[in-house]
Design a protein around this ligand. Structure first.
Ligand SMILES: Cc1cc2nc3c(=O)[nH]c(=O)nc-3n(C[C@H](O)[C@H](O)[C@H](O)COP(=O)(O)OP(=O)(O)OC[C@H]3O[C@@H](n4cnc5c(N)ncnc54)[C@H](O)[C@@H]3O)c2cc1C
Length: 483
């Protein structure tokens, strides 16, 4: 369906531009602005009736650091090297070249985002949370304070939230970027779906075939095409192929058009993909933060993750447990209901003894009693030798009655985004399997492999941050491609 269209089969082009960008979310908007400011005639092709994509629905958290003004205002020291060490420790060296470029360019990138009119407050939210309803500019949004990552680099908060009330601050970022695109003279065609790339006899991408109101049209790109069409969380076939264990209870996040079409088009034109089985899922147990003081056990009554981990990391470990089952156990001192009601973590029951709890949860006799006894003894000393949960979250769970929430991957509602995608180099060019590049083709955003390969290493903001950063690079580099 996404087979490339050979150039010599085309009689007539409906439009032409120096750079054609597919998708008008954050990656597309940033690419468009930079290409236009580099002097290009830029055309954005968007299948819906307006700009925004998943970016406009998002919580507006950008993972940024290295010593931004917001970090400084909150008295946190961070440097590009420190950020790099932190990211490599959690995300691994697979995309070290992209991570290096990202960290080195972060402070300037933050300044650029602000200069476009995206508001970031000089204020800080210290508690553990998933997103903010307020306008604070800085939050902890990943595993920076979680072992072993806290030993690899000095922990620093890097979640930079756009200042807008409510949990969808991404809209304010898109509003500013689209306004700048309009002022700069970026051209757009809406209600138009890109269906395949056009390649010449040498394999260079030189345009795109689209469907517009039922008609097939061809658009010529004098210099390059940039794919910025988002992820594949809504593509049933791709989900079945890459995530066979995904239960029906899991819900994709994003817009209906995150169907992987850009990835498939670029792959058909020679682009390679990486990390397609990567997924970040969330049904966070926190807020309230006090629940992190509880323990999470599997159907054997054993702990398997540090409960203070970033929610996506916890979810990834839960996915790997027998039958994907897990329970959050709390005592009466810290009892509270998880605040994110959409996660549907149901209270199983309250119990006067651990024996009753084992019976009620179907755990092997004595298993939970043993886990609690060991955990409580160490927690009383401020230690967790098994998983190194931070001392801030350690407290013996000794105040009966206890309560258990069912947080199983296949019973609660876990919301996910896909993390795999096109393989790009640090200059946002799409790579072939042999390491060479597809001439005339760039990509950025959620249609490319995220810097974090999986939910264990993801941090909130790792989509908008790198998507905007590499989108800008794609725009500039596309204009440096000879016409
Ligand atoms: C509720 C929610 C909260 C989130 N919060 C955060 C957060 O705080 N921080 C963070 O980093 N990430 C967050 N994410 C994830 C993040 O929003 C996305 O991964 C990111 O916005 C992707 O940006 P993008 O520009 O690559 O794609 P998108 O913003 O999805 O834009 C892609 C565009 O391409 C268009 N398109 C698709 N196919 C075609 C085609 N064939 N032809 C033409 N157009 C096409 C789509 O219609 C869409 O407009 C959140 C996601 C959701 C849903």
């Amino acid at each position: 369906m996404h087979d490339p269209t050979p150039l010599d089969e085309i009689d007539q082009f409906a439009e032409e531009a120096d750079v054609i960008i597919l998708g008008y979310g954050i990656a597309g908007a940033c690419a468009a602005l930079e290409a236009r400011r580099a002097g290009g005639d830029v055309l954005v092709v968007e299948r819906t009736s307006g700009a925004g994509g998943a970016s406009a629905l998002s919580s507006g958290i950008f993972y940024l650091g290295g010593g931004t003004e917001v970090q400084k205002a909150a008295n946190y020291k961070d440097t590009p090297d420190n950020m790099y060490r932190s990211m490599i420790a959690s995300m691994g060296p697979g995309q070290a070249d992209l991570i290096r470029r990202y960290c080195d360019g972060n402070v300037k990138h933050f300044e650029w985002l602000e200069a476009q009119g995206i508001p970031f407050e000089r204020s800080y939210y210290p508690d553990k949370t998933v997103f903010l309803n307020g306008t604070q500019g800085l939050m902890w949004s990943g595993n920076e304070k979680v072992w072993p990552f806290r030993d690899a680099a000095t922990p620093a908060p890097r979640g930079h939230q756009v200042a807008m009330e409510g949990d969808a601050s991404g809209a304010a970022a898109m509003e500013a970027l689209v306004a700048r695109c309009n002022e700069a003279g970026v051209r757009t065609i809406f209600d138009t779906t890109a269906t395949s790339l056009i390649i010449d006899e040498s394999g260079k991408v030189c345009g795109v075939t689209v469907r517009q109101f039922g008609e097939r049209r061809h658009l010529h790109a004098n210099r390059a095409v940039i794919v910025a069409t988002g992820g594949y969380g809504r593509n049933e076939k791709m989900l079945a192929r890459y995530f066979p264990g995904l239960p029906d209870t899991a819900e994709p996040m994003g817009v209906p058009h995150t169907d992987g079409s850009g990835i498939n088009m670029a792959a058909e034109a020679g682009g390679d993909v990486r990390g397609m089985d990567g997924l970040i899922a969330t049904a966070s147990i926190y807020p309230p933060p006090q629940l992190v003081k509880g323990i999470i056990v599997n159907s054997r009554g054993r702990r398997f993750v540090a409960e203070d981990a970033y929610h996506g990391r916890t979810a990834s470990f839960i996915m790997e447990q027998p039958d994907q089952r897990a329970f959050l156990i709390v005592d009466s001192e810290i009892f509270a209901y998880p605040e994110i009601v959409g996660a549907n973590h149901s209270l199983v029951d309250g119990y006067e003894t651990t024996g009753e709890m084992e019976l009620g949860l179907g755990l092997p006799p004595g298993s939970l009693a043993h886990t609690l006894e060991t955990y409580n003894a160490q927690a009383a000393l401020g230690r967790d030798p098994l998983f190194e949960k931070h001392a801030d979250w350690l407290k013996p769970l000794t105040s009966a009655p206890w309560a258990a929430f069912d947080i199983s991957f296949n019973r609660s509602t876990y919301y996910y985004i896909t993390l795999g995608g096109l393989r790009i180099g640090p200059d946002a060019r799409v790579q072939r399997r042999d390491g060479k590049f597809v001439e005339g083709l760039y990509a950025a955003g959620a249609c490319t492999a995220h810097l974090s390969p999986d939910g264990k290493s993801y941090a909130s903001g790792m989509s908008l941050g790198p998507g905007s950063f590499f989108g800008r690079i794609a725009g500039r580099e596309a204009m440096s491609t000879p016409d």
